[in-house]
Structures are given as C-alpha cells and as structure tokens.
Design a binder for this molecule. Structure first.
Ligand code: ATP
Length: 335
C-alpha cells in the first residue's frame, strides 16, 4: 500500500508533541521503512523535520510558500470543500478540469488547484493570466439542488469569501468590484468565473464550477502582461509581504463553506448582503455599465438580494443590472 504523504504531513502539522515512528506505522498501517521514505521526501521538499531517537518526528517548519497536494491537504480545516482534492503543477484551466471531474461523477466540494494555468479563462471568452510559482488558481465543483436561476449568486458568495479570506490573511482591506473582482488599492488581485452545466433535460443544475485566480506572491508589476499591467496587482505588491498560498486557500474555502450555508438558508443574498455591501467599491460611485445592448452611466446604489447591482441611471431610471451580460467600470478607470 502507498503511504499517503498528505496524511503523515497532516498528523505532524497538527501535533505539538513528537510523533513516534511506531504511531505513524500503526495509524496508517504501513512499515517503518515506508514512513522513513515519506519523511525523507518531505525533507527534500523543504520541510524541516526533527527526528529524535526514542521520541520520533516533529515538524519544525515548512516551506514559506509552496503548492503541492500534501501542503494543501495538510492545512485544510473544512468540512466538505476540498475534501476531494486534485492538484496539478500545470494545467490548461482549472474550470475545464473541474467540469471534466463533474462529468466523471466527482462529489460536491471537489476542488482542483493548479500552480500554472496555461489557458486560464475569464468571463465571456476573456483570458486570465497565471504567473507560475506565485498565483493561486482553483475551481470548486458544486452540486446544488436549487433552481438554475439562483446559480449566478454563487459567484458573489465566492467573491465575498475571497475578500474576507484575503483581509484575514493580510490584515489589509480588500474590496469587491461588482460582481466578482477582488481589488486592493483600486487594482485587481483576483478574477472569477462561474460556469453551470444543466441536466440533459435542461431543467435542473447538474453541477456548477466556480473558479478563481488570485495574484498572491509576484513582487514585480512588470511580470503581468502589458494589457493588464495598469489594472492588475498582487497581495505582495500591495502589502510587501509573502503569503502561504495553501493557507490562503484553506481560509477561502472555510469562508465559502460558512457563507454558502447562509446563502442556502434563504436561497438569496439577504444574509450576506450587508457584508458584501461593506466591501463593494462601486457603492455610491458613478459607474459606466458596459451592456451589450447599449452602454450607460449612473450611480450604483448597491446590490439587491438577488445579487443584481442597482444603478440609478443618469436619466433617473433605477435599473437592476444582471451580472451575466455586463461589466461595470468606474467613470474614469477600472473601479
Ligand atoms: P472586468 O469587469 O474587470 O472586465 P470580468 O469579470 O469581466 O472583469 P474576468 O473574467 O474576471 O473579467 O477576468 C478577465 C479579465 O481580467 C481580463 O480581460 C483582463 O483584463 C484581466 N486579467 C487577466 N489576468 C489577470 C491577472 N492575472 N490579474 C489581474 N487582472 C487580470
């Protein structure tokens, strides 16, 4: 039997005391040699593990930031989100992977995390740039049993969750540009894409995938491709600190679990509206609504319980804006 590195790392991470080789053998039903091999692998990956004869092993410190399946799994404190975990060093798009996993019958809460996305996707065919070694890209697979027209609100639930997790980890303010861009100091640190697949009868949701890309540790704005350089930033650029992406990921999923539960109680955003509005940068601001049916400007009041942005147009008409079709910009720039 293959010893699971994630299980051993999780046990070491959660123990304040030394864990004896025998305890590890008994717990996972493996040989001493197998344990020893895993410990060595972990050391090679940069985990500082102290071994004291007669006492056992102790995790002194892990790498400051590294993405791997075991690093992520050993930090997860969630109930259901991420309990089925796929990690890829490189993939095309985590949303595409999650949809495939959805087709293959993977359960609610399955996540795909990747270090590099070579074909990251944004809304309406746009592309998402992923800087390798510094970004967090993930997609969560959900199997909701509510009606399809509620699904667009999941994006706002995730936006709130990412904003709250980022604030918790950095101590700095993170805003939301409706519906789902996360912004620090008026620049974008995170984009999201939610996609829904219906049952063949087209009357029920088969699954929803909600993906997010967060710029975490790149230190140099020049690393972003030119087209986004003026609007993109990272947690590190804005706060001067490096973060552990697996730890951030755990916080995002924990927040999402809590917020999604609140959303499920009413199947609208009434329980989350107040917290969402606090983060909403467009609130009270002049906005330009890029509607394919015609662009207009107005003042954004905030979101309603369905997640629509209420805009009082310059001609005085109060209009709920539905997220599916449009982008919203500030009058003079991105926010
Ligand atoms: P907006 O309303 O800002 O256009 P959107 O929700 O329609 O946002 P998304 O799908 O979230 O857009 O993201 C795609 C867009 O994000 C791209 O068109 C590009 O402008 C920008 N972008 C792409 N990669 C990054 C990145 N790594 N960091 C910040 N912005 C990026």
């Amino acid at each position: 039997m293959k010893t699971d590195k994630s299980d051993i790392l999780t046990l070491l991470r959660n123990s304040t005391e030394y864990v004896s080789g025998q305890q590890l053998c008994d717990r996972f039903g493996v040989t001493r040699t197998a344990v020893w091999k895993v410990i060595n692998q972990l050391k090679e990956e940069g985990y500082q593990i102290e071994s004291v004869s007669g006492r056992g092993y102790r995790l002194v410190e892990g790498p400051a930031d590294m993405l791997s399946k075991s690093e992520i799994a050993s930090r997860l404190k969630t109930k259901w989100a991420g309990r089925q975990l796929y990690y890829f060093d490189s993939t095309g798009s985590t949303n595409t992977d999650a949809k495939r996993l959805g087709e293959e019958g993977n359960p609610h809460g399955t996540v795909v995390v990747a270090d590099i996305q070579t074909a990251g996707k944004g809304r309406r065919g746009r592309s998402w740039q992923t800087l390798s070694g510094t970004a967090l890209s993930f997609t969560l697979l959900l199997r909701p049993d509510f009606v399809p027209d509620k699904a667009s609100m999941i994006t706002l639930v995730m936006a709130l969750s990412v904003a709250e997790a980022v604030e918790e980890i950095t101590g700095a303010e993170a805003g939301i540009k409706w519906p789902n861009d996360i912004v620090m100091n008026r620049k974008k640190i995170c984009g999201m894409l939610t996609e829904m697949t219906m049952t063949p009868e087209m009357d029920e949701i088969q699954y929803v995938v909600v993906g997010a890309g967060i710029n975490v540790n790149n230190a140099d704005p020049e690393e972003f491709e030119e087209v986004v350089r003026s609007t993109a930033t990272s947690l590190r650029i804005e706060t001067g600190q490096q973060y552990n992406r697996a730890q951030l990921f755990n916080k995002v999923l924990l927040r999402f679990e809590e917020n999604y539960e609140i959303f499920l109680e009413t199947l609208d955003l009434s329980g989350l509206q107040e917290r969402y509005q606090k983060h909403l940068l467009n609130r009270g601001a002049q906005v330009r609504v890029l509607d394919p049916a015609g662009e207009y400007t107005g003042t954004a009041e905030g979101i309603d319980t369905q997640g629509e942005l209420i805009v009082v147009r310059d001609d005085g008409v109060r209009t709920p804006v539905y997220a599916g079709e449009v982008s919203v910009r500030g009058l003079y720039g991105y926010v």
